[in-house]
Design a protein around this ligand. Structure first.
Ligand SMILES: [Zn+2]
Length: 131
């Protein structure tokens, strides 16, 4: 291979949090390839994920990890479609849920802190487009 052609092997190391995203992406990709195989598909075109804002996953890092790991698999070149899931907390005093972007959040009505997180840490595969 000539210098300057192909992928840059050093690209991933400049990214903070990459090891975390790499291991997450590897398990997502394993699921994707397994489902594609079960469906008898030879190509994966799109992968949809739901990622909670408090999951600690950086979508850009996930995209880099995906491109590196999917290389040479039926998922190579697939679009990664990421849906952000807002964090939702439950206020036991007001008996309602509210959205927040932080790990510890205050109810907008009574201003008491809530520790009861109901959504926002998920990281799940929702659908695939294959053929
Ligand atoms: Zn409240």
């Amino acid at each position: 291979m000539e210098p300057g052609s192909g992928r840059l092997p050093g690209r991933l190391v400049v990214f903070g949090g990459t090891m975390h995203e790499l291991s997450i992406m590897q398990s997502v990709l394993d699921q994707v390839l397994e489902k594609a195989r079960q469906a008898g598909a030879s190509r994966v075109h799109a992968i949809r994920l739901r990622i909670g804002v408090l999951s600690g996953v950086v979508p850009d890092a996930l995209q880099f990890a995906f491109e590196a790991l999917a290389d040479g698999t039926p998922a190579q070149g697939a679009q990664l479609l990421i849906e952000d899931v807002p964090a939702r907390f439950w206020c036991a005093t007001c008996r309602h849920e509210f959205e927040a972007t932080r790990m510890f959040a205050e109810c907008p009505d009574c201003h008491r802190p809530s520790m009861e997180l109901r959504a926002g840490r998920e990281m799940e595969l929702t659908s695939l487009e294959v053929d």
